[in-house]
Design a protein around this ligand. Structure first.
Ligand code: CTP
Length: 420
């Protein structure tokens, strides 16, 4: 895919080099368009070397190629990182005073802005109005991260991490309406919806220092959250233990145990259009949590852990919806991690699980020690109760970001058929 990477004049410009690497390593052809002031932070030589393409900021370079028209027209995606307050203002008011703003005016595909600025600038009503204008035209403006800024200040305004921008940008391409000629005609497919996603692995305490856990990294759940945000949804992330940070811009609910996750999921489902159960929920918990650390003693037998079953939260959510008769959430999506065994293969277990849980879609993963958990690549099948017996479901393979974008676009298609 052809990508234009616009770079604004902020200290975070150096992080755009990592983003550029992510795009080129994924096989995309990237043209970098830095603003004049961004060259104070990262020079043209860096962009040319990393992208392998010529770099210019001015409409008066290589005039014969009519770059101010060509770049925007040919781009499948434009990503602006960092998007400074000034750049957002110029984009929102349709100015065309350098190559990047010309390119933005000529855009035909999705446009993603990754803001970075001081908290006061981000919170200023002028910036908020510019962001609202850009979003109303279908552009994706990511929420900045929260943390240490250039000076001694901390707060919202940090450039989102390069891998977050990468995931959101790919998801924006996947959810953009291919028939639309401009981003204005392609508002996010999930705009106006609330999507609750559970992620990570629960931890079931044995005593104050020990727990039973699992290998879930939270990467799949966070990638889904990114993809849903890029499609315009309000995203609530119910996060059990994760090895990765929660993406900026989600409403974060932290939980530890299956029972805490259950309470949070039931509370959230009342106002959710979609619930996605991507968390690895422990099926069992120790029957007793000892209040003080379990000690080893020579004069006593070694302890035996007795387990009790945790509730099946996914099944409960489906039953609660049926009992309430409200039709909310409209879509409940489960995940299934299967290894297959001597009696049944992965697909057979997946179909049985879909029937048992009663959910509207089931994303089936094959797992093993080095498969799926903690890995960046994955391969899934999306099973639906509407599939015929021979149907193996829609399959999607690639990075967790790519697969998440497919899952989110399937979810938006299912929502559209339900409200049609
Ligand atoms: N799940 C849940 N509550 C549980 C266990 C799992 O809501 N107590 C959800 C998971 O979030 C996932 C789906 O159910 O969306 C399937 O999880 P999985 O671990 O594959 O299935 P199990 O119900 O544990 O079935 P099995 O024992 O056959 O693996």
């Amino acid at each position: 895919m052809r990508i234009v990477l616009g770079v604004g004049g902020g200290i975070a410009a150096y992080k755009a080099a990592s983003l550029l690497r992510l795009f080129t390593e994924a096989g995309h052809d990237v043209s970098v368009v830095p603003t004049e002031s961004s060259k104070q932070f990262v020079g043209v030589a860096t962009w040319e070397a990393l992208s392998g393409n010529p770099v210019s900021s001015s409409v008066f370079d290589e005039v014969e190629k009519v770059n101010h028209v060509r770049l925007g027209h040919e781009a499948d995606l434009i990503v602006v990182a960092p998007a400074t307050a000034d750049l957002l203002a110029r984009a929102a008011t349709g100015q065309a005073n350098d190559l990047l703003t010309n390119t933005l005016l000529m855009a035909r595909g999705p446009v993603v802005f990754a803001p970075a600025m001081h908290t006061e600038m981000w919170a200023h009503p002028a910036t908020a109005a510019n962001v609202a204008t850009l979003r109303s035209r279908g552009a994706v403006v990511l929420e900045p991260g929260i943390g240490r800024l250039t000076g001694k200040d901390t707060g919202p305004g940090r450039l989102p991490e390069p891998d977050e921008i990468f995931t959101a940008a790919l998801a924006a391409v996947d959810t953009a309406d291919p028939a639309a000629d401009s981003p204005a005609a392609a508002p996010g497919a999930l705009a106006g919806t609330t999507v609750t996603i559970t992620a990570g692995g629960t931890r079931e305490p044995l005593d104050p220092v020990r727990f039973l856990g699992n290998r879930s990294s939270g990467k799949q759940g966070t990638a889904l959250a990114e993809a849903a945000m890029a499609a315009g949804a309000r995203v609530r992330l119910i996060a059990a233990h994760m090895d990765v940070p929660a993406p900026s811009g989600v409403e974060l609910v932290r939980v530890e145990t299956a029972l805490e996750l259950r309470a949070a999921a039931h509370a959230a489902s009342g106002d959710s259009d979609v619930v996605i159960m991507a968390a690895a929920v422990a099926d069992f918990r120790p029957s007793q949590v000892v209040e003080t650390k379990i000690k080893k003693r020579d004069d006593e037998a070694d302890p035996v852990i007795t387990l009790v079953r945790n509730p099946d939260i996914l099944q409960e959510l489906v039953r609660a919806r049926d009992a309430a008769g409200t039709g909310t959430p409209k879509l409940i999506v489960g995940f299934a991690a299967e290894t297959g065994d001597a009696t049944s293969d992965v697909l057979e277990y997946g179909r049985k699980k879909l029937a048992r849980k009663g959910c509207d879609l089931l994303v089936l993963n094959r797992v093993g020690k080095s498969l799926v958990f903690g890995q960046d690549d994955t391969e899934v099948r999306i099973l639906s109760p509407a599939d015929s017996a021979e149907d193996a479901g829609e399959s999607a393979a690639g990075t967790k970001a790519e697969v998440s974008a497919r899952i989110i676009s399937r979810i938006s298609a299912e929502l559209a058929t339900r409200s049609a």
